[in-house]
Design a binder for this molecule. Structure first.
Ligand code: ADP
Length: 452
């Protein structure tokens, strides 16, 4: 059994050393989840609601501990980690409340009564990434468990610590054994078993588009249910009539948050030509004030990248750029990459096309509304995006024309548990959050009863 050594990305100190699960361990967890299925699906809705709320409250009571663990494991600033830990609790509460509200319907038909049921799928495999480990786990745990499924959670092998802790807290809160299983191991072997194993009825994945495509091919064999939340190259569109102060103040957060390791990162900043220089100057000034450093310091806006390997991947993009602004990074150990702003005439540079997943903003000019929409949609991705304008009709015209699933106007907002989140094109398949996601964790069964 190989061991996994996890390092604090800000200090390179060893945070934990833990064994990798094997494929046999994964198989055992899947069997355990299947065995717990009958008991969980027959827990009364009110009791399932209560148990999930107790899980949520237990998470909230351990929010500081979870936040610190996340920050030491993946380098996210502690303020963001605390926000995430509380958002995990809120997400679990939302889906606890949904247990008794995701109702079927009766349909008028001749000769009898017709009704629908939302049946649990059975065992669901949750495969999560390293950028928001506990938060993204909760996006899948909440609806999967609320709908009556049992789960096997396979966190990213480099950031498993908060997911392991969530598993412990679930038991502490009284979730029956076997309902929530956590298995830590490499994706291509241990994670892949969730695709191969016939007892797993659905895979819910967040990660890279490359792996998402592989999972889609793998799931085809068993027509296994699959939802995918993949990459992005989202646009932050700033029109000349926008509140430029506000748009520029928000622009660093839109792209540099979580060191740009965010699938919703607005890494293409599209600016109307008539205000291009004025906006760029304000954007650079706001980025210069962006505090990069010790992620345990509550004043820090941005920490390091997650690993040395990921730093090398981001540098492979950024070293060929001629940035108009490059920020400072701390001396000493850690996987630091400065915030960087570069200008491109159009979409041709590779840094405008590919997801860098680092703190690099590409600023591109546009002429008019049609030009902005054309550049925005000239991407294989379509996850999120923002539009900044004071003209309400323009905002509506542009958001309707954007090929993206999650859009905000005069804001960076992306993900809220009560509203649907997901991507167009190669950014994904299906939606997370809101009551809509429950359809992805249930089968719709139709029953006709004759009254004749
Ligand atoms: P990133 O590029 O952001 O590291 P990945 O898509 O490689 O993201 O990984 C996201 C998650 O998918 C992780 O939990 C990883 O272990 C898992 N994973 C990677 N490859 C596979 C695979 N072939 N089968 C199943 N899971 C995988």
């Amino acid at each position: 059994m190989s061991a996994l050594i996890l390092r604090n990305p800000a200090t390179e100190a060893v945070v934990a050393e833990l064994p990798h699960a094997t494929v046999e361990d994964m198989d055992a967890a899947i069997v355990r989840a299947a065995a717990a299925g009958d008991a969980w699906r027959t827990v009364s809705p009110a009791d399932r609601n209560r148990l999930l709320r107790r899980f949520a409250d237990t998470v909230a009571a351990h929010a500081d501990e979870l936040a610190e663990l996340e920050t030491r494991n993946m380098g996210m600033p502690i303020g963001s980690s605390r926000w995430c830990a509380n958002a995990v609790a809120d997400t679990l509460h939302y889906f606890a409340g949904a247990v008794e509200k995701h109702a079927g319907s009766t349909i008028p038909v001749a000769g009898g009564v017709d009704m629908t049921f939302h049946e649990p799928l059975g065992v669901v495999g949750l495969i999560t990434p390293w950028n928001f480990p506990m938060l993204i786990a909760s996006w899948k745990l909440g609806p999967a468990l609320a709908a009556g499924n049992t789960v096997v959670l396979k966190p990213a092998e480099i950031t498993p610590l908060t997911s392991i802790r969530l598993g412990e807290l679930a038991l502490e809160a009284g979730l029956p054994e076997g309902v929530l299983n956590v298995v830590v191991g490499p994706g291509s072997t241990v994670g892949w078993r969730l695709v191969e194993h016939p007892l797993v009825r659905k895979v819910a994945f967040t990660g890279s588009t490359v792996v998402g495509k592989r999972l889609m091919q793998g799931c085809a064999d068993q027509v296994k249910r699959l939802t995918l939340e993949l990459g992005g190259k989202s646009a932050n569109i700033v029109f000349a009539d926008a509140d430029l102060e506000k748009a520029a103040a928000a622009a660093p957060g839109a792209v540099f948050d979580n060191s740009g390791q965010d699938c919703c990162s607005r890494s293409r900043v599209l600016v109307q030509r008539s205000v291009f220089d004025e906006f760029l100057e304000k954007f650079v000034a706001a980025a210069a004030a962006w505090k990069v450093g010790d992620p345990m310091d509550t004043a820090t806006a941005m920490g390091p990248l997650v690993t040395a390997d990921h730093l090398a991947r981001v540098l492979a993009y950024s070293r060929d750029l001629q940035p108009v602004f490059t920020g400072e990074v701390p001396d000493g150990p850690g996987y630091w990459h400065p915030v960087m702003i570069a200008v491109a005439d159009d979409m041709s540079p590779v840094a405008c096309r590919e997801e860098i997943f680092g703190p690099v903003a590409m600023v591109i000019p546009f002429d008019d509304e049609a030009d902005a929409v054309r550049i925005c949609n000239d991407s294989e991705y379509g996850l999120s995006g923002s539009v900044w304008t004071r003209d309400g009709a323009r905002a509506l015209r542009v958001v309707r024309a954007m090929e993206a699933g999650t859009i905000s106007v005069n804001s960076n907002s992306s993900v809220r548990y009560a509203t649907p989140f997901g991507g167009f094109k190669q950014s994904g398949l299906g939606r997370e959050h809101s009551m809509h996601v429950l359809d992805h964790y249930t089968e719709l069964k139709n029953v006709f009863i004759s009254t004749e």
